[in-house]
Design a protein around this ligand. Structure first.
Ligand SMILES: NC(=O)c1ccc[n+]([C@@H]2O[C@H](COP(=O)([O-])OP(=O)(O)OC[C@H]3O[C@@H](n4cnc5c(N)ncnc54)[C@H](OP(=O)(O)O)[C@@H]3O)[C@@H](O)[C@H]2O)c1
Length: 325
């Protein structure tokens, strides 16, 4: 049995579908079962959906029974109230590791993040770095993947730019100088990397940095999104200190803010991989090209506003179903 934590998330639902396709038995652990039932409706008859909270170890114990592999995906990029990076990302991972050990699970695949180390400035990246350090010292048969920013039909990075473009008819604000570098990696390639780690024990004890085939600046990413949408905007560079208060207000007011203070912080940190983990795992990455982003054309002003106000989840499901995803 494979236990996937965070199974209803962006990476999680793609991974679960792939595991089902491969005929693997999956226990999908989530915080909100109702949301998971909607998001995983097409594969629901083939999996077990269970409710667990990584911050409450006792809620995990039962779900570790009969598990051979844990694939740990849960993390938050936006803090809310008591749900801090340290509690969810660090302590949450420690709890999952400890419960796995208690239940005698040996294999553990941890979703880390490119640039996440215990000594970095960003609290978000640090929380993930400390978690990975704990996993590496756990004594389990662990493997870690460290993707750069992940793109795909449900992502919260490139799609946010596309949605904002829909809302800004003439000018488009570029955060900072637009020169921060990224290596967007396709969600399907990240999922495939996890599957290869799962199937190949020579990956035990290793970390794989995952990046797409090109290093792109933030401004180049916006240019590709504009090309995908078949539109143009006058780009205006806005210094981060000017954006911070606006973003902080959006983050407080909107259920799904288009930008967060963490995103602003991350836009300042180069997110380029040093070692090509996809190549090491024998995967040819899908490029971040306007053709491959054509799904963005389906975004409308209505779904964009709905998304930022937290309504668009179902609309997104309908759209994806219509596209046969
Ligand atoms: N997205 C990227 O570009 C990117 C890049 C590099 C690395 N990563 C890493 O990839 C992983 C998955 O990211 P994602 O973008 O797929 O995240 P996501 O869409 O926000 O999904 C997070 C998942 O975690 C679950 N969850 C949240 N709090 C929980 C809790 N207390 N207990 C149990 N489950 C909880 C959520 O379920 P509920 O909503 O039901 O609570 C959801 O299934 C994370 O570790 C992230 O750091 C992501």
């Amino acid at each position: 049995m494979i236990l996937v934590t965070g199974a209803s998330g962006y990476v999680g639902n793609n991974l679960v579908r792939r595991l089902v396709q491969l005929g693997k038995p999956v226990r999908a652990m989530v915080g909100n079962v109702e949301k998971a039932l909607k998001r995983l409706a097409d594969v629901e008859p083939h999996i077990e959906i269970v409710k667990g909270d990584v911050t409450r170890p006792e809620s995990l114990t039962e779900w570790m029974k009969d598990v051979d592999v844990v694939i740990h995906l849960v993390a938050i990029a936006i803090e809310k109230g008591k749900r801090t990076y340290e509690l969810l990302n660090t302590q949450g991972t420690i709890n999952v590791v400890e419960e796995a050990k208690k239940a005698g699970v040996r294999r553990f695949i941890n979703m880390c993040q490119n640039g996440a180390y215990p000594d970095v400035k960003s609290r978000f990246l640090r929380s993930k770095g400390i978690a990975q350090e704990y996993v590496a010292k756990s004594g389990l048969d662990w493997t870690a993947v460290r993707p750069s920013v992940i793109w795909g039909p449900q992502d919260e990075f490139a799609n946010v730019q596309a949605r904002l473009i829909k809302l800004t008819p003439i000018f488009f604000p570029i955060v900072g100088d637009g020169k921060a570098q990224f290596q967007p990696v396709y969600v399907g390639d990240v999922v495939e990397a996890i599957v290869r780690c799962l199937e190949d024990d020579s990956t035990i004890g290793k970390e794989y940095e995952l990046g797409g085939p090109e290093v792109l600046t933030y401004e180049e990413i916006v240019d590709r999104v504009l090309a995908a949408l078949g539109t143009r905007r006058i780009k205006v560079k806005v210094p981060v200190p000017l954006l911070r208060p606006v973003v902080a207000i959006m983050q407080t007011v909107l259920p799904n803010p288009p930008a967060t203070t963490t995103l602003l912080e991350l836009l300042a940190v180069p997110n380029v991989i040093k070692e090509d983990g996809l190549a090491a795992l024998g995967i040819t990455p899908k490029p971040f090209t306007p053709e491959n982003l054509s799904y963005m054309k389906h975004f409308t002003i209505g779904t964009t506003i709905g998304k930022f106000f937290g309504r668009a989840f179902e609309e997104e499901q309908v759209r994806q179903a219509a596209m046969g995803k």
